[in-house]
Design a protein around this ligand. Structure first.
Ligand SMILES: [Zn+2]
Length: 396
């Protein structure tokens, strides 16, 4: 399904970015440098699918077998379907990597995956190539499974034939489902690339395709509700889960495209503020509390050495990690340095990158430094979001 649509995660920040993940999931392993996770919802949907295959579809198509045979067939079919999804996502990712866009991780859902991409493609052609690669893999797999099903029937192995016939048709269904031109489905990404190519407007192309995506999600949700009311609760739940997921992905896709465009060409130093108050690195914590935290209103202060080198941010919550009796013997610099070093960026770094780091780290502010490591400013999440908000309102 949707290859590269999800969260605005780290672009070209210092290595180690992107370790934080908001989506829950089981870590499966690393392939071609991509960390694979399995979303928890997978287990729920997989169980539903195995259940409906083993109790309804297979007994209906091939009567007279033991329940254990149907369960085995359902399990094999579901696991091979999982493999098909994995290969579909690998199709997108390999093309993405070949075009210089790294894919740090992929979270697999039942009918697709969410790739954490480092950035959006720079041009529509790259987007088109990445979007087409997944469905091509699925078409190939569908043909391959059909061939195996045919082989099974020649070898008088109807159980295998039925499993592969099912796999061939669900992979084909996946291609058709993905052809719907709503972002973030593959069809939506293909349409976005084509619109983008024609008009040159990335944001407008994303806006149109994400609207189609939202509309389609509502249709799926409605279908799910109707199915549940009609007693088809298994199928209905699957539609509901997919619809809700697609809707949020389609909506966040547009927000991302908007902020990408607004922040295009804006650097960290353009939006930062001069640090009014800095704490000297060799100041003991008890004095830092008295002279800074209790006298001013801020919850965090940049800590700088005598030479003006940025040593990190000292936050209110850091103080709690040091026992009170040790405050006179602990310097502000020592505490600040022990904290997350990623909360600092070069002044020339893009504002988009700064926003990603802040969102991923769940922090409110970043230290901005020049090439020599001197603190030149502080960039807060509030400043960035305020800038985005003003520009969004001016442009719409
Ligand atoms: Zn796809």
């Amino acid at each position: 399904m949707n290859p590269d649509d999800k969260p605005p995660l780290p672009g070209d920040p210092p290595s180690g970015q992107g370790e934080e993940r908001s989506r829950p999931g089981v870590f499966l392993g690393t392939l071609r440098g991509i960390r694979f996770y399995l979303d928890y919802s997978w287990f729920f949907i997989a169980a539903l699918v195995i259940y409906s295959l083993a109790t309804y579809f297979f007994p209906h198509e091939l009567p007279g077998r033991d329940a254990a045979v149907y369960i085995a067939m359902g399990t094999v079919a579901t696991l091979l379907f999982f493999l098909s999804i994995l290969l579909h996502e690998m199709g997108h990712s390999v093309v993405s990597q070949r075009n210089g866009i790294p894919v740090p991780s992929i979270t697999l859902l039942f009918i697709g995956g969410i790739a954490e991409i480092s950035r959006e493609p720079d041009d529509p052609r790259t987007e088109l190539k990445i979007a087409v690669a997944g469905p091509l893999v699925s078409i190939f797999l569908s043909a391959l499974y059909a061939l195996i099903a045919w082989g099974c029937s020649l070898a008088s192995f109807p159980e295998g034939g039925l499993v592969f016939q099912w796999l061939a048709s669900v992979n084909l269904f996946l291609v058709i489902f993905n052809a719907i031109p709503g972002y973030p489905l593959d069809g939506g990404r293909i349409l976005r690339a084509l619109l983008w190519m024609r008009s040159g407007g990335f944001r407008q192309a994303t806006f149109i395709t994400s609207r189609i995506g939202v509309f389609f999600s509502w249709a799926l949700i409605a279908l799910g509700i109707f199915a549940i009311m009609g007693g088809e609760w298994g199928q209905g739940l699957v539609f509901l889960v997919i619809g809700v997921f697609l809707k949020s992905a389609a909506e966040s896709g547009y927000t991302q495209a908007l902020s990408k465009e607004i922040l295009d060409g804006v650097r960290a130093c353009d939006l930062m503020t001069q640090p009014a108050i800095c704490i000297p690195a060799d100041l003991p914590l008890n004095l830092a509390v008295d002279d800074y935290f209790l006298t001013n209103h801020h919850v965090a202060y940049p800590v700088v050495s005598d030479e003006g080198h940025f040593r990190g941010l000292l936050r209110l919550e850091h103080l709690k990690s040091v026992p009170r009796e040790k405050w006179p013997y602990t310097t502000a610099g020592a505490v600040a340095e022990a904290q997350d070093s990623r909360l600092v960026i070069p002044a020339t770094s893009s504002a988009e990158n700064a926003l990603r780091i802040l969102l991923v780290a769940g922090q409110g502010r970043l230290g901005v430094v020049d090439e020599a490591g001197q603190l030149v400013g502080i960039l807060t999440r509030h400043d960035l979001l305020h800038y985005l908000q003003i520009h969004t309102e001016l442009e719409t």
